[in-house]
Ligand binder design. Structure first.
Ligand SMILES: *Cc1c(COP(=O)(O)O)cnc(C)c1O
Length: 226
């Protein structure tokens, strides 16, 4: 597996304005260093402890993103280490992130994760639920979370029309939210969508951040539930 070559290939396939998050869950520190040496500076993990222990072993200019489901009891540990949380899927979680961020005296960048796939196992807001939150006084009272956009995962299917339509839906949600709720927020700019199997379609449909594991590092171990 030539990680440096994979990164070069990927960069040729996506426009420069699209950020690439190298999803390094289950990968070794050596593999991550290979990617770093090839110029990759943003890495995504889905487990808090794994993110922190890898961060300790990598240079300080690496940007760490959390891309997987975040349990509320891990928020306090995570937030000093993370540049962007992609996976805010409930108001309860957002409120706890805010509370811990206030205590720590920091502001945390977050994306609202939407449920756009057919699988029920994937989490996220539905559009009505997100609007309900955004219209609430409780939401308006949060001061230390910065909502930077949206995130979604398409259905795992070879029906690429379905995938494209799900990405179109996420893009539409982004546009409505930006115009209706975030028109005064210059940071509400990101649409995190697209993985190894569907990033080309995601980019065509307006993705600004793609999250790529397999295409950079190779197949993950089958026994690993990540
Ligand atoms: C694992 C993971 C990815 C990367 O998946 P690949 O198919 O290996 O590119 C992207 N996003 C999330 C949320 C993930 O958990």
């Amino acid at each position: 597996m030539d990680i440096a070559q994979n990164i070069r290939n990927l960069k040729e396939l996506v426009p420069e304005h699209v950020k690439i998050v190298a999803v390094s869950k289950t990968r070794t520190v050596d593999e991550i260093i290979s990617a770093y040496q090839a110029g990759q500076k943003i890495f995504g993990e889905n487990r808090v402890q794994e993110l922190i222990s890898k961060k300790d072993q990598l240079p300080a200019d690496v940007e760490w993103h959390l891309v997987g489901h975040l349990q509320t009891n891990k928020v306090k540990t995570l937030i000093p280490h993370v540049k962007l949380i992609h996976s805010v899927d409930s108001f309860k979680l957002l409120a706890i992130i805010d509370k811990e961020a206030v205590k720590a005296g920091i502001t945390i960048n977050c994306l609202l994760q939407f449920h756009i796939a057919r699988e029920e196992t994937k989490s996220g807001f539905d559009f009505a639920g997100a609007e309900q939150m955004l219209n609430s006084d409780e939401f308006r009272s949060l001061n230390n979370v910065n909502i930077c956009g949206v995130m979604g995962m398409a259905t795992f299917t070879c029906n690429m029309n379905m995938v494209r339509n799900e990405f179109k839906t996420l893009r539409k949600y982004f546009n409505i939210l930006r115009d209706s709720y975030f028109s005064n927020n210059p940071f509400f700019t990101e649409i995190s969508m697209g993985m190894s199997g569907d990033f080309r379609i995601a980019v065509e449909e307006g993705s600004t951040i793609i999250r790529i594991g397999t295409l950079i590092f190779g197949e993950r171990n089958q026994n690993d539930k990540n």
